[in-house]
Ligand binder design. Structure first.
Ligand code: FES
Length: 159
């Protein structure tokens, strides 16, 4: 019985601590995504963040900057199905329950629209013809997060 009380109070204390001291915001970092020239207008690529998040990066214009692209979570905010870019319909689409999103990720039809659940959007930048995305990264235990920049042609470490 004493063990049960200690366990019960311990659980309540842990839950109270989480309420009083919510989790820290996740660390973000710029990560190489692709060469700009490798993504044609209307095409999209699947990107996976270091934390495992699935992201669709779609090219919607060819002005030469980051505004040509949009990076949205591939996970439908309704029930988590895979969302994909449909260039012929100029939309992101979730086939599970016909969820429709604008090219900027705003829900306009289906259950996500009814619940006002848009796709999460990620910042992008272009440097030297390379496309970078800002995503959450996992910290190595007790150390600074370290990213390694790799040459997209040969895979060698740049810095
Ligand atoms: S899971 Fe995408 S619309 Fe239901």
């Amino acid at each position: 019985m004493a063990g049960g009380l200690v366990g019960g109070y311990g659980t309540c204390t842990a839950m109270g601590a989480r309420y009083l001291f919510p989790a820290q915001p996740r660390a973000l970092a710029w990560v190489y995504a692709a060469r700009v020239a490798d993504i044609a207008v209307g095409a999209s690529i699947a990107f996976r963040a270091p934390t495992g998040e699935r992201i669709a990066i779609a090219r919607q214009d060819e002005l030469g900057g980051a505004d040509d692209f949009v990076a949205l979570s591939s996970v439908c905010p309704h029930l988590g199905c895979q969302v994909h870019w449909e260039p012929q319909n100029d939309r992101f689409f979730c086939p599970c329950h016909n969820g429709v999103f604008t090219p900027k990720g705003e829900a306009v039809s289906g259950p996500p629209a009814e619940a006002e659940q848009n796709l999460s959007r990620f910042p992008l930048k272009v440097e030297g013809g390379l496309l970078y995305i800002e995503v959450p990264v996992e910290k190595l235990s007790g150390t600074e997060t370290r990213l390694v920049q790799v040459d997209p042609d040969c895979g060698e470490r740049l810095a």
